[in-house]
Design a protein around this ligand. Sequence first.
Ligand SMILES: [Fe+2]
Length: 291
Amino acid sequence: MTNELLYLAGGLGAVAVAGLTVGLVTPRLLSVETVAIASCLPDHRPTGTRFIHISDYHFEQMLVSEEKLTQAIDRADPEAILFTGDLFGYASSATKALESLRRVAGTRPVFMCLGNHEYKAYRISTAPAGEPDSVDSYMEHARSLGFTIARYGLWEHARHNIVAVDDYRANSQDLALYKANIQQQLLQTNPELPTILLCHSPATAGIIANMDLPYAHRPHMILCGHYHGGQVDLPGHPEYIHFRRELAMLPRHFRGLKVHNHIPVYVSRGLGCVVLPLRFASTPEITIIQS
Ligand SMILES: [Fe+2]
């Protein structure tokens, strides 16, 4: 092998080691983002309320320390935690994951919707004795621990409508019924209050953005996650482009804030990992929602 080839191999090896190191360290970092509804919805009158949005906890591969999370949430001092699904990946983890989320949330109310992984957990794994053994019994268990969760739910809290919507994938076989269920929730919101809608997949936001809704019942903010900001987000976003196939996907919206048809949609990078405990150019996040 010539000297040039040796240098090239050494250089590529060094880049690979550096990339892997960054990839292993990043899942342990935490970024606190802030989004103000009024910044993207000019007719929103700020209420001075703060929420914390958390998504994609993935308990089994969540490497941000609970201490770091607790401190960040305490500093933000929100009225409530808004969680948009994918709490755990295996049926055996449900209770431990809920207990972990409770420790970081403290005594604050936690409003939750379901993600695709809550459904998948009960398809691919069996719950040990004493653990919830279905999505329904998981939700019942969560409620017994003080969480507010539903497939479709509407609650008034801190002068806001909080709406929870079921996961897109769990409903992709009957999108007409899914759309009708979402519409039913939104039409029941109190038109005097701003509405924050929780769903797991940005595909659900795509459906809502194209719905014919009366102005007073449109969400003021849709919160979601699901894509992990690409998780290993290489140039050209190959993870998003090649592995994400939902029909209602919003074009190239896999992280951050964008406004679709006058509805602000925030896509969190989430906290945990799937497949491998690696993240690249996609730091775990929690988000302060200023309303
Ligand atoms: Fe996820």
